[in-house]
Design a protein around this ligand. Structure first.
Ligand SMILES: [Zn+2]
Length: 161
């Protein structure tokens, strides 16, 4: 990676997710790569999380703005394949989500399915697996609303796709 490319990556990677500002686009794994096209032109590859999620455009604009601010002529390339999954969220990103009070997604292989095919979601505050889903949609369409039966705290669960 050239110095410019590293600088461009750092600028783009620091952009917070507009819906969950405690994590960056790099934490979520939606910033795929940054490459240089000529000396001052940076192109960022972005994979949208949920198709139709209104945050996608906001994320792309924020990354473009961050690259411009760092002195680059910026372009965003939408990378549709392979499709984003919550497995791309980094370990650091999962820790940040938990610290923020959002249960990080249970990854495909690690998920424990209950009798009804629901993933068991651990409470981000006390770690209890004894939780119930209150509604399919939390504060945003990408999250479901849960309540912990252990500590009685409501929390958002970052839905798996
Ligand atoms: Zn709890």
């Amino acid at each position: 990676m050239s110095l410019d490319q590293r600088r461009a990556w750092a600028a783009a990677a620091a952009v917070p997710d507009p819906e969950v500002p405690c994590v960056t686009v790099a934490d979520l794994g939606i910033l795929r790569w940054v490459r240089m096209e000529g000396p001052d032109r940076a192109v960022a590859g972005v994979t949208p999380t949920y198709s139709g999620c209104p945050a996608v455009l906001a994320i792309e604009l924020a990354i473009e703005a961050a690259l411009r601010e760092a002195g680059f002529d910026a372009r965003i390339e939408r990378v549709m394949s392979p499709a984003w999954t919550t497995d791309w969220i980094t370990g650091e990103g999962r820790e940040k989500l938990r610290a923020y009070g959002i249960a990080p997604p249970v990854s495909g292989s690690a998920s424990k399915m209950s009798l009804f095919g629901e993933v068991s979601v651990a409470c981000p505050k006390c770690g209890s697996q004894d939780t119930e889903k209150l509604s399919e949609f939390g504060s945003t369409a990408c999250k479901a609303h849960y309540r912990c039966l252990g500590c009685a705290e409501p929390f958002d669960y970052f839905k798996c796709i």
